[in-house]
Design a protein around this ligand. Structure first.
Ligand code: ADP
Length: 764
């Protein structure tokens, strides 16, 4: 109900109630005073008649009585007079119909029902009764007068109600018009920002309100302008800060990479134990500095929302294992027990940013070891299927370290926070690690939390959501120590402007006994390529004159196919997400992140120029060497040269021993091997006969039994075949026969070999 209607109804209601009360009280006053007057007149007239007629009645003088009756009848309003003695009428006058009706005495107007007020007097003298006098008065005139008065009062009241209604309508309209203006002005301000003016000139209170609104709007506009300016200045300052940090970090990273590279060469040369220790310390400090710079760079990117995650298939289980493996020496040095349990539900093939997952794990496990003096650090991973396309993976890192106090926990995930400043000062760290972990988890649609009791230990848990990869992910690359250069007599060009980096690479090539040329910029590289023949080019990205990308594009455009097809590997300190695609788009075949390690150099040279490099359709492989898993010992790798023990997942076997026993495992494996051979034959047959149902069923069974006994890679392939069947891409599945044949042979052989080595019950 609008304000106007409410005003009108309210005023009208009050008016009607008041008028009704007024009418009622006026009417009752009028009728009461009329009644009083009538009674008085009736009484006095009757008394006068009695007084006049008393003697005539005592002497029964009828003639006098008749005269008196006639005389009184002339009095206004008297309609009859009747003088009786007992039943005998002495004298009377009036309409016969009135005289003959039965008389009942009236004492108030209310009892009058025939329009006549009847009154009666007894004539008594000295105790003797002489008769009765009845007199009747006309009252209809009083009644009609009352009705008329009522009519005119109601008429006046109605006119007043109408007038008041009209007034309140105009008042309501006037009030609401001003209010509507105010509402519209407020809406305009909320939509378009402050500044809008009502400009109401009226001099009443509503005019004052409108002027107050205008003032407020003007003031707000001014503050708003000031604030906007302050914000844009702050944003600019923040942007320059981020740019400064990013540039600085980049500028520090490049020479730092050079320093680390030189240290790497030094490390591999002949050194006294003392020198070796110094080099180690220098490398560690350099790496630490680099990690802080990387943290700062990550953080600035997160602050400016420019950090993008990669979306590539990777092996999640292997990812965890490799991070845990890097901490084995540190844990051993501190005499800490470190364990890693990966639940069977955790998928291997997922899509996401492997390096970022590793970064979070690395940070948390690193902290756990850093803040635990004795006891253990345990990593537990489990997963839950979300729909059928994604998995939610939860990782717990449990330590028995110093723990974190309640107060510190509240701001633990804020940037630059160290729980215990004094304690942490003795520990390396920037206080950015957990802040970065938190943001990374959030970027991966997850979260991170901590539970901790001081002096007992802490549990950090994080969950992330990863897409399940359809694609099969190959076995991880070999460990660096296994790498040997299998090329000779090749010519390689390195385009690199930084002197320190040139030196590092030169030293590495010297070590490899390979000749190489250096071009100090892109332009020079193009000249040299035109002059000499090269089999492979390593190309720095940021170089003066002509940068790596431009140079690469120029080479690819060369009319001579020998030149335009030279494999080019980008060398980059930029490891931003999305850069890889940029390099590949520019025509690079692969890329290596700086600081370049000798092992990576060997790996790439082998990949592109090695005897088994085969065709030139090289794929980008992991540039990062995997760390040897804690479980595969060197001697077994040497003995079983023909078997690839990496096809057997030791963690699963350990879990199996835990679940069963070391004695039973060989029997289980034996059984699996026999059964799998039969199953594989059925699969091959189904592939030849294009029998989809059998293929789907058998590959499903092979997938699960292989995973149970540690042949994870084989299991992945079997699952891939199963999925292809489910998705009706059977033709593709049939094509995997050779790959399956090869992998199955190697996997079963590896497991058979592993079985021969025997199993031992874990301690405790
Ligand atoms: P930093 O680089 O200093 O390690 P983090 O953000 O990773 O920075 O950690 C912040 C602080 O949180 C640490 O300095 C430490 O005080 C506390 N902290 C982190 N992890 C643990 C842990 N596992 N046990 C005890 N304290 C921890």
């Amino acid at each position: 109900m609008s304000f106007r209607v409410k005003t009108i109804l309210g005023i009208a209601f009050i008016e009607i109630v008041m008028l009704m009360a007024l009418t009622f009280s006026a009417m009752s006053f009028l009728s009461e005073s009329n009644e009083r007057q009538l009674l008085q007149r009736a009484n006095s007239t009757a008394e006068m008649f009695v007084h006049a007629a008393k003697d005539a009645m005592i002497s029964t003088d009828i003639a006098t009585l008749n005269d008196l009756v006639r005389e009184f009848m002339t009095v206004e309003d008297i309609v009859y007079i009747k003088v009786m003695r007992g039943e005998k009428e002495l004298s009377s006058m009036g309409e016969p119909s009135i005289l003959e009706r039965g008389m009942s005495e009236d004492f108030s107007l209310n009892t009058v029902n025939d329009g006549i007020f009847d009154t009666r007097r007894q004539v008594v003298s000295s105790g003797v009764y002489y008769g009765t006098i009845d007199i009747g008065f006309e009252v209809s005139e009083i009644n009609s007068m009352l009705v008329n008065a009522q009519k005119s009062i109601i008429g006046i009241a109605s006119v007043e109600v109408i007038l008041v209604a009209i007034f309140s309508f105009f008042l309501g309209t006037y009030l609401t018009k001003s209010l509507v203006k105010l509402i519209e002005a407020a809406n305009t301000v909320s939509e378009q920002g402050p500044g809008y003016q009502i400009n109401d000139k009226s001099q009443d209170e509503l005019g004052d309100v409108a002027r107050a609104f205008d003032d407020m709007s003007r003031q707000l506009e001014k503050s708003y302008r000031d604030l906007t300016q302050a914000r844009s200045e702050a944003e600019q300052a923040n942007e320059s800060k981020s740019r400064f940090l990013a540039t600085m970090s980049h500028e520090i990273r490049t020479p730092m990479n050079g320093v680390l590279g030189i240290l790497n060469i030094l490390e591999e040369s002949k050194l006294t134990p003392e020198q070796k220790k110094l080099v180690n310390t220098a490398t560690e400090s350099g790496q630490f500095l680099l990690s802080i710079i990387n943290d700062i760079l990550d953080f600035t990117r997160m602050e400016s929302n420019t950090l993008r995650l990669e979306h590539r298939p990777f092996d999640f289980r292997h990812c965890v294992e490799s991070v845990v493996a890097t901490f084995l020496p540190a844990a051993k040095a501190q005499a800490l027990e470190i364990s890693c349990t990966i639940d069977g539900t955790v998928p291997s093939n997922v899509c996401g940013d492997e390096n970022r997952v590793k970064q979070v794990l690395h940070n948390l496990i690193g902290n756990a070891i850093k803040f635990t003096k004795n006891g253990s650090v345990s990593v537990q991973i489990h997963a839950a299927d979300l729909e059928s396309t994604h998995a939610e993976i939860t990782c717990k890192i449990i330590d028995t370290g110093i723990g974190i106090s309640r107060n510190a926990m509240d701001f633990l995930f804020d940037e630059f926070t160290m729980a215990d400043q004094t304690y942490s000062r003795s520990h390396e760290g920037s206080g950015l690690g957990l802040a970065i972990c938190k943001r990374l988890c959030e970027l991966m649609d997850g979260h991170i939390e901590v539970e901790s009791t001081p002096s007992i230990g802490s549990t950090f848990s994080f969950s992330i959501r990863l897409e399940l990869a359809k694609q099969h992910i190959g076995t991880p690359p070999k460990s660096p120590t296994d790498l040997k250069l299998n090329v000779s007599d090749v010519s390689i060009l390195v385009a690199e402007d930084n002197r320190a980096n040139q030196l590092v690479i030169q030293e590495m090539f010297k070590k490899l006994n390979l000749s190489m040329d250096i071009a100090e910029n892109g332009q020079r590289a193009l000249e040299m390529i035109a002059q000499y023949h090269y089999d492979l080019i390593f190309m720095d990205i940021s170089m003066p004159k002509l940068d790596g990308m431009e140079t690469c594009r120029a080479i690819r455009k060369n009319s001579d196919p020998v030149v335009s097809q030279i494999p080019i590997i980008a060398l980059t300190a930029h490891s931003l997400a999305g850069d890889r695609e940029k390099f590949l788009d520019a025509g690079m075949d692969d890329y290596l992140a700086k600081p370049v390690r000798l092992s990576q150099l060997i790996e790439k040279i082998n990949l592109f120029l090695g005897d088994d490099s085969g065709n030139s359709s090289h794929k980008v492989t992991r540039s990062e060497p995997s760390i040897k898993s804690s479980q595969s010992s060197n001697d077994t790798a040497n003995q079983g040269e023909h078997v690839n023990l990496e096809l057997v997942d030791e963690t699963i076997l350990e879990q199996m021993i835990e679940d069963t026993s070391a004695d039973v495992l060989p029997m289980l494996i034996e059984h699996y091997l026999e059964e799998s051979q039969e199953r594989l034959n059925k699969i091959y047959q189904a592939m030849d006969e294009k029998n989809k149902e059998t293929l789907e069923f058998e590959s499903h069974t092979l997938g699960s039994s292989s995973l149970a006994l540690g042949n994870r890679v084989l299991s992945n392939l079997a699952r891939k075949i199963e999925h292809l069947c489910i998705e009706n891409e059977v033709e593709q599945a049939y094509k995997l026969k050779d790959e399956l044949n090869d992998l199955a042979e190697k996997s079963l052989a590896a497991l058979a070999y592993r079985k021969k080595q025997g199993f031992i019950e874990p301690a405790g």
